[in-house]
Design a protein around this ligand. Structure first.
Ligand code: FMN
Length: 403
């Protein structure tokens, strides 16, 4: 081969290589764009966090709904429908938006409704209303349907232009579940427990158990880890949980609900990497969750706690417990403290009851609280997060309201 033909072929090779490189980069960029690597937690599904107190609904009952939809709720299922008139807002459980074997009695669903009720009550005074809340009584076992709607509560509204606003109202758009590692070197202020206890002060059927050290703290962490492993061995629970995982920006935009890769506490770099892959099979996703639970959620918690009720399957008590959690999370947000529900030990208790298995999870919970007269219905951790949490998708007011 002559020198000139050698350099020609090299040129051709380099040119071909360049084309391939451009194609690969182009393909990766397209895939990254398509998978939302550059558009994390943006788009229409996130707009309710910006428009929650916009002039459009101000001074009307819909302003309360706009605050309600930003509440914490299980797996971001948003299991609600609001029937709105000038005098009242009825809150209905949207029964089809359930978590199956993960929440077999709709207990978490009702806690989520309670969280929404609390936000709505907080939004009442700033919009010129006084409220009276009536919770529908009954036992969760009596709700056997998994379609249609079930009336859960009514908020009656009366005009009250001078009603005093609760400072927690301002925190509504800033509260997010933070699943990142917490900073183990920072302990919570000594006043934290008292501040949390104040949120249950006038709720007779709800009690808090809080632990920041010692044998019970360790046992709590162990209970969360064991329950997460038990869920991992229960294929139905894994599948039912996975059904609410949203994989693509298109799905997030259309469903505007469910858990996203941006919300589960991964570093932004790792989240971007995972987005480039095909959706993880449910079992693999749960295995990752198990590792995160053990190495990050439990290992870095500054405090663990239970919200407990007298009867875990009582409807009104579940709603009341949700109201308490929402207040607690807003109060913690105001203090710059992060929170994260870790409700696996209660989810396995429900599952054992559903299957008629020995109630080992209840025994595990009772061993921690030492008081069987209170039933934990919600477990969580608190601390100072090492990374911020971002908003999760929400269905807009119009989509969840009947006027
Ligand atoms: C009753 C209830 C149970 C929950 N359980 C868990 C849980 O076990 N693990 C978790 O990471 N988040 C849990 N969450 C948090 C929700 O997933 C979260 O509120 C929802 O995805 C909306 O996100 P946001 O709180 O950031 O607005 C729970 C929330 C509620 C109200």
């Amino acid at each position: 081969m002559t020198n000139s033909s050698k350099s020609l072929s090299r040129r051709n090779f380099l040119r071909a290589g360049g084309v391939v490189t451009i194609a690969v980069i182009g393909g990766l960029a397209w895939r990254a764009e398509d998978r939302g690597v550059f558009s994390a937690h943006t788009g229409t599904a996130y707009e309710p966090w910006q428009t929650w107190n916009a002039a459009e609904h101000a001074g009307t009952p819909l302003a309360l709904v706009a605050a309600g939809i930003l509440a914490a709720n299980p797996h971001d299922t948003q299991p609600w429908l609001f029937k709105v008139s000038d005098q009242s807002i009825e809150i209905h459980a949207s029964l089809a938006r359930h978590l199956g074997s993960f929440d077999p009695f709709l207990r978490e669903m009702h806690m989520g409704l309670g969280c929404a009720i609390e936000n709505m009550v907080l939004a009442a005074a700033p919009n010129g209303y006084a409220t009276r809340v009536e919770l529908v009584p009954g036992n969760l076992r009596d709700i056997t349907s998994r379609e249609g709607f079930a009336h859960a509560a009514t908020i009656s509204l009366t005009p009250a232009p001078d009603a005093a606003r609760d400072p927690l109202y301002e925190q509504i758009p800033h509260r997010h579940t933070n699943r990142t590692p917490y900073d183990k070197t920072r302990s919570l202020p000594d006043t934290f427990e008292a501040a949390m206890m104040a949120t249950v002060a006038d709720t007779a059927d709800v009690r808090l158990f809080l632990y920041r050290e010692g044998v019970t703290f360790e046992a709590f962490g162990q209970a969360v880890i064991e329950a997460t492993r038990e869920i991992g061995r229960d294929r139905q629970m894994v599948l039912d949980s996975d059904a609410w995982v949203r994989d693509s920006p298109d799905q997030i935009a259309s469903e505007a609900s469910g858990l996203t890769l941006d919300s589960v506490g991964l570093t932004p770099e790792f989240a971007a990497f995972v987005k480039m892959l095909p959706k993880l099979p449910a079992e693999q996703a749960h295995a990752t969750w198990e590792t995160q639970t053990e190495d990050s959620h439990v290992a870095t918690a500054a405090l663990f706690g239970f919200v407990a009720v007298r009867d875990r399957l009582d409807r009104a008590q579940s709603l009341a417990a949700g109201r308490v959690w929402q207040r607690m999370h807003l109060a913690a947000t105001a203090a710059g403290i992060d929170m994260h529900p870790l409700n696996q030990p209660v989810e396995t208790a429900d599952r054992e009851l559903e299957l008629g298995n020995p109630l080992l999870s209840d025994a595990r919970l009772n061993a921690i609280t030492g008081d069987e007269s209170w039933q934990p219905t919600f477990s969580f951790r608190a601390g100072y997060a090492t990374r911020p949490a971002y908003p999760s998708p929400r269905r807009a007011v119009e989509r969840v309201t009947q006027v």
